[in-house]
Write a protein that binds this ligand. Structure first.
Ligand code: GLU
Length: 508
């Protein structure tokens, strides 16, 4: 195999959809697996769709998930520049080359004229195509005299350069995922390659850059499959057929219900992010949620994404990045779209949170505490994590499931009070308070043993005592085991909470 060089080539038209992140991930895995190079090229030739901030967003997103580039717009490299708007002088010569060898032509039809043709076709329930069937009846260098063309160009008239699609030919694209894809050339149109504003369109710039940057494999979303026959033709017309990259078009990410492409609207409707990071629309100020801000770990996010379209051929589901690199192969990417499953995304995150060390969990929780202005000893935060993190699905759950350790209850759940509070409860609590005061080993095991023998000796109900204690410690009927809560809170804080509740409810 030739040296593997792959690229991620997003257009900075907004935040990166998770489908785009998956494309970047598969390219990265492929590059690493084959000890090749991975580069980031920004395709911004369509200035009308440019969105400020999108390029930085793309770079930050890929950094968050741990994708590293060997070359790219943000780090340079031997084929710099890597932003197409910085390469604008490069493309014109190739458009001229195509004009010269007769595989492209100038067209002078105005947008209004083309619009009229489109509308006329629509009324006949047809679709207008600028191509083999129509081009000889239109205003272009195939139908006009050389002198007229020259005059038009010199007068600064609006023009475009179009590719001349061959007639009656079957164009074959070899796709690593789909096999042979054949298209009848009569169904293709003479796409615009270059515009009089001096900029190429996506098709020309993409092919020229892939060639100049020595790209060996083009791995991209299925939405680009219809463009592939044109790209194959351009390689031929430019005389680069032998250096043409191999193509692999990735299946779509589908809505959770399975019909149609996953969209931002699905995310809004079903309450999950479709972008890796939070994004603020620079025009409207609208905020779209991101996986990072929602509390996903990047390891979980990439694991989940990797399995949406690729399968390892085994039952294994948990893959870290190095394992993905090891196991990945294009041959195991499926042809059909993959349904996005928001619950599965949570399942992965829960798994990866459970795998974190207490030190790591404590750092995550401490970040939330700092944001809330709560300053506590790290050892205490670690203890809290060791008894509460098991059930956390998203990072904010570390706080949701533990806030009572940092803030004594101000209110008590009315329902739980009704159920467990009896006239003798304050006296019982005082007794337990005295008992706890005497314990020197304040480990949860010891506390548990002491409370249980107290319950047994006094013939009390286990549920009654434990639920009442839990109520006064946390304010409701949630949290880890009562003995663990007491142990982590420590003797002093536990006794304070018990006394406070006993006094507050004395009159009940
Ligand atoms: N600029 C295209 C995009 O935004 C790249 C398609 C390709 O990879 O060829 O997805």
């Amino acid at each position: 195999m030739r040296e593997v060089r792959v690229r991620f080539a997003p257009s900075p038209t907004g935040p990166l959809h998770i489908g785009g992140v998956r494309t970047a991930l598969y390219n990265y895995l492929f590059a690493k697996k084959h000890k090749g190079k991975f580069l980031l090229r920004i395709e911004d030739t369509d200035q009308t769709r440019f969105v400020p901030g999108a390029e930085d967003y793309i770079i930050e997103s890929l950094k968050w998930i741990g994708i590293h580039f060997d070359e790219g717009v943000h780090i340079g490299g031997p084929f710099a520049p890597y932003r197409q708007s910085d390469r604008r002088e490069i493309y014109h010569q190739y458009a001229l080359q195509l004009l010269k060898n007769g595989t492209a032509y100038y067209a002078f039809d105005t947008p209004e004229e083309l619009d009229r043709l489109r509308k006329d076709s629509e009324t006949r329930k047809e679709t207008f195509q600028y191509g083999p069937q129509t081009r000889l009846g239109l205003k272009n260098s195939l139908t006009m005299s050389e002198t007229d063309v020259k005059a038009m160009l010199e007068s600064g008239e609006h023009y475009v350069i179009r590719v001349k699609i061959p007639e009656n030919e079957t164009i074959v694209v070899q796709d690593l995922i789909r096999g042979e894809v054949s298209v009848d050339s009569n169904l293709l149109d003479d796409k615009v390659l270059f515009k009089s504003d001096g900029l190429p369109t996506y098709h020309l710039a993409n092919v020229v850059d892939d060639y100049l940057m020595k790209i060996s494999h083009v791995i991209r979303g299925e939405e680009w499959l219809p463009s592939a026959p044109l790209h194959v033709l351009l390689y031929r017309y430019l005389g680069w057929e032998t250096e043409m990259p191999e193509f692999a078009h990735l299946p779509l990410l589908l809505k959770p219900e399975g019909n149609g492409k996953l969209s931002k609207r699905d995310g809004d409707r079903l309450g999950f992010p479709v972008f890796p990071l939070q994004w603020t629309d620079p025009k409207t100020g609208d905020i779209s949620s991101g996986y990072r801000e929602t509390g996903y770990l990047p390891e979980a996010f990439i694991n989940m994404l990797a399995l949406l379209g690729w399968n390892p051929g085994t039952e294994q589901e948990i893959f870290r990045m190095d394992q993905l690199i090891e196991a990945f192969s294009i041959e195991r990417v499926g042809k059909s779209g993959s349904k996005f499953d928001p619950e599965k995304a949570k399942w992965f995150n829960h798994h990866y949170i459970k795998m974190l060390s207490v030190d790591h969990l404590a750092l995550l929780l401490n970040k939330i505490l700092t944001e809330k202005g709560i300053e506590v000893d790290m050892e205490f935060v670690k203890k809290v994590c060791s008894v509460t993190s098991e059930r956390a699905v998203l990072i904010p759950d570390l706080w949701e499931h533990s806030s009572f350790f940092f803030q004594a209850p101000k209110v008590y759940d009315e329902k739980v009070v009704q159920k467990f509070w009896k006239p003798e409860t304050p006296a019982l609590l005082e007794k337990i308070g005295l008992l706890l005061r005497e314990i020197s080993d304040f480990s949860s095991e010891n506390i548990d043993a002491v409370i249980k023998s107290f319950i047994f000796e006094n013939s009390l109900g286990m549920g009654q005592v434990m639920n009442t204690l839990r109520l006064v410690l946390v304010g409701g009927s949630f949290g880890p085991g009562v003995a663990s809560i007491l142990s982590v809170l420590g003797k002093q804080e536990s006794l304070q909470r018990i006394h406070k509740a006993a006094n507050q409810f004395m009159q009940l």
